[in-house]
Design a protein. Structure first.
Length: 109
């Protein structure tokens, strides 16, 4: 009986530990109203694709949405949103960095 109890506890602990180390791939959609041209989408992609943990980026210019697949063990949703805002674009309800937005308005958009 004691061996069965020990085995059950060991299995429970191993299952819990294994769950802590699995990758958590998440998909999040961001609304980027100023992303209406391919150049704007490419610019945003360049800014966030270098972030550790970003797996894939896709966009839809017609709906001005950006979809990012990322590893939530390495980065958080709000960090990606911050990177988009710091590149000069309003994202969801977060305003763009004013200096970056001013530069964009002069050249890209």
């Amino acid at each position: 009986m004691r061996h069965i109890l020990t085995a059950c506890i060991a299995i429970t602990l191993l299952t819990a530990v294994a769950g802590c180390f699995r990758n958590e791939i998440q998909v999040t959609e961001y609304k980027v109203h100023m992303m209406t041209k391919p150049a704007a989408a490419s610019y945003i992609q360049q800014k966030i694709q270098t972030i550790d943990g970003v797996v894939e980026i896709s966009y839809d210019l017609a709906t001005t949405t950006l979809v990012v697949t990322y590893d939530s063990d390495k980065i958080r949703k709000m960090n990606i949103e911050e990177a988009i805002a710091m590149s000069g674009f309003d994202v969801n309800n977060r305003p763009a960095n004013a200096a970056a937005k001013a530069k964009l308005m002069k050249g890209l958009l």
